[in-house]
Design a binder for this molecule. Structure first.
Ligand SMILES: [Fe+2]
Length: 325
């Protein structure tokens, strides 16, 4: 493993460590779904991850599925814990790998949580939401992804290394990562316990193949925002809807359980803040000067500008006044 590598396998991680972290969650702990909900055929109430969402639906995910978009969207709604504060995980190996990739001796863990996919779920190909220092609050996730890929905000970017580790094997659930760029073939990493994969997931496209053994699970195609996964015993979890009704009991052995651990280097002391308006203006200017847009894209950009203006510019409202005589 060398410092220039975008990937590090930390073979020495103990799968029992990952299992231990999951077992540390008390019985009754619930993991909630990700993503925004939609009505069939209607626009999303929140744009969420539109940087990758439509691509996922257009391609039918990694498997080229021809399922209804709502079913596909449901299959990509994995379950996650809140960030864990108390950790039983021995993190030295992960910190060492992250330090190598970041080129620093000093790394700070930023996130630790448990992610679970049930049989029939998969992960859309995406990059994670990039982190920026001095960023205005409530900048949407898709825009932070755009900011990173535009390269226009590098002075604010905080480089993060993501470690994904499995505690136990599962059927399916391979991690695919485009380590050599989106134009090259992805590296396929089967879900093997005891293996932590470290990479810059903000800059490397990645996704997860569908988890089995019930690859075509109808239940997984009906997961909605507000559904939860609750551990009810050592061997079983219950999938519940928003009203707490049990939709399915899932065996622990059938789940794809990973821990996600992220770390960054210490931040510089001073960084100029950047507002949402400055972000949008910089992107808009770059789009108009450095990219040849089709007429349709120009129209979309005009609409986008209109939406931004409507949202941010507090123009006065008045009643029509008669002409002065
Ligand atoms: Fe990711």
């Amino acid at each position: 493993m060398d410092a220039s590598s975008s990937l590090a396998d930390v073979a020495a991680i103990d799968p029992a460590d990952v299992d231990g972290l999951v077992d540390h969650l008390p019985l009754g702990s619930r993991l909630f779904t990700t993503g925004s909900d939609r009505s069939a055929g209607k626009a999303e109430s929140s744009p969420g991850r539109l940087d990758s969402f439509h691509h996922y639906l257009d391609r039918g995910g990694l498997h080229g599925s021809r399922e209804h978009p709502r079913a596909l969207e449901a299959r990509s709604r994995y379950f996650k814990t809140s960030p864990l504060v108390v950790s039983t995980l021995r993190e030295e190996q992960l910190a060492r790998g992250a330090a190598l990739l970041l080129g620093t001796d000093d790394v700070i863990r930023t996130v630790l949580r448990v992610n679970i996919l049930i049989p029939g779920q998969e992960l859309a190909v995406h990059t994670d939401v990039a982190q920026f220092d001095g960023l205005a609050p409530r900048v949407p996730e898709w825009l932070r992804v755009v900011m990173h890929w535009s390269g226009l905000f590098e002075e604010h970017r905080v480089r993060v290394i993501n470690a994904i580790a499995l505690g136990k094997a599962c059927v399916g659930g391979d991690l695919l990562a485009w380590l050599d760029g989106p134009a090259e073939e992805p590296t396929i990493m089967p879900a093997l316990p005891g293996r932590a994969v470290l990479f810059d997931s903000d800059s490397t496209f990645h996704g997860v193949t569908r988890v089995g053994p019930d690859f075509r699970s109808c239940t997984a195609a009906k997961v909605r925002t507000g559904h939860s996964l609750e551990r009810v015993s050592r061997d079983e979890w219950e999938l519940k809807d928003a009203d707490q009704s049990i939709l399915q009991t899932v065996a622990h052995d059938e789940l794809r359980i990973t821990i996600m651990w992220k770390a960054r280097a210490p931040l510089p002391l001073v960084r100029e803040p950047i507002s949402l308006q400055q972000i949008l203006e910089r992107i808009r200017a770059d789009l108009q000067t450095s990219h040849s847009l089709t007429p349709n894209q120009q129209a979309i950009l005009a609409d986008f500008a209109r939406v931004c203006a409507d949202a941010y510019v507090p123009l006065p409202v008045w009643k029509p006044r008669p002409f002065s005589s």
